[in-house]
Design a protein around this ligand. Structure first.
Ligand code: MN
Length: 335
């Protein structure tokens, strides 16, 4: 797979299409939305008939992203638009099942399907694949996509969306893939009007008091195992109910597990409020693979950051299951 060629091919499809659907994964993050919206804004500049249609609602802390108010939550009125699109751009995901009930219409559509993504092991359901698993973010790939366009110029709205995408997927420019290239792109985005303070404030400093109280309880729940190498944060649904918090409020809590000295693998387990389901997030360091662990439970993700869900199970049973599985898993890491 030649990324450069495929990005050009993707651009050709984009430019030759009259009607374009853009979509991303369930529970979109800033990389997903920022990438989708950048393409959307560019398509509008080219006078395309274009829609961003997502399965999920936009999380409230991302609603400030320029043009985000135009994102459509999938419903049956949108089926025809998807079916009749000339192109479907699928960003920040590589598995069509992560578009949930939209999947069947993506399959049925006559559109050329283009994937732009940085996750490992893509599923085959597209015509063109623009994949770089070493890219910091999908936002970085969208930037490269734009570089091929003759009359592309970056406006403030695109700059803000791409800045948000790259900032969040690099953990505010500290994860391993924060390369000189990433900083060069960021410099151009700031030049084009992206304001780092404003974007950071909107995304990370917009917590409610309730969500902060929930964090307090979640931090108190943490325990370490395996000589302090594994940290588990456990959030039963009572925590959510007692603090009037939402499921999405736990989104970034898992990062706290790695802040403890010596912890190589951090696990967040959160019970979903309205059904017997446990959401798990994994974060690792060094040679510990978060991805391997997620795959065990039908999930996926990156080497250092992944997730999975357990269904029809309460949090205590899920907790015991994980601890038990870790006995075996950690054998790989005992030297
Ligand atoms: Mn991403």
């Amino acid at each position: 797979m030649n990324l450069k060629e495929n990005l050009k091919l993707a651009l050709e499809i984009f430019e030759n299409s009259k009607q374009i659907t853009i979509t991303t994964h369930v529970n979109p993050d800033a990389d997903a939305l920022g990438s989708a919206l950048s393409l959307y804004i560019y398509a509008k500049l080219l006078n395309k008939s274009v829609k961003v249609i997502n399965y999920s609602e936009t999380p409230s802390n991302l609603k400030f992203l320029p043009l985000c108010n135009e994102v459509i939550v999938f419903n049956e009125d949108e089926i025809d638009f998807i079916l009749n699109s000339d192109a479907i751009f699928i960003v920040d995901l590589n598995d069509s099942s992560r578009t949930k009930s939209m999947e069947q219409y993506i399959f049925q559509s006559k559109a050329k399907k283009v994937m732009i993504d940085h996750h490992i092991n893509p599923k085959e359901f597209c015509d063109v694949y623009c994949i770089d698993t070493d890219a910091s973010s999908t936002g970085e790939l969208i930037w490269r996509f734009f570089q091929n366009a003759d009359n592309f110029y970056i406006n403030q709205e695109i700059a803000e969306n791409l800045y948000a995408a790259i900032m969040t997927d690099t953990g505010s420019f500290r994860f391993q893939r924060t390369t000189p290239e990433v900083h060069k792109i960021i410099a151009e985005l700031i030049d084009a009007g992206a304001n780092p303070t404003y974007i950071y404030e909107k995304i990370y400093n917009s917590n409610s008091l309730n969500a902060t109280k929930l964090l307090g309880r979640a931090l108190s729940s943490m325990n370490v195992f395996f000589d302090g190498k594994v940290c588990i944060m456990k959030i039963p649904r009572e925590f959510l109910i007692e603090t009037s918090s939402k499921d999405e409020d736990v989104d970034n809590f898992v990062e706290k597990t790695l802040s403890i000295e010596g912890v190589k693998m951090g696990i967040l387990m959160a019970e979903i409020t309205d059904r017997d389901e446990v959401r798990m997030s994994f974060r690792t360091k060094d040679n510990f693979s978060a991805r391997d662990l997620a795959l065990r439970y039908g999930g996926g993700g990156h080497f250092y950051a992944s997730g999975a869900r357990l269904y029809n199970v309460g949090i205590e049973d899920a907790y015991n299951l994980i601890l038990n599985d870790l006995n075996e898993y950690m054998k790989n890491y005992q030297s």
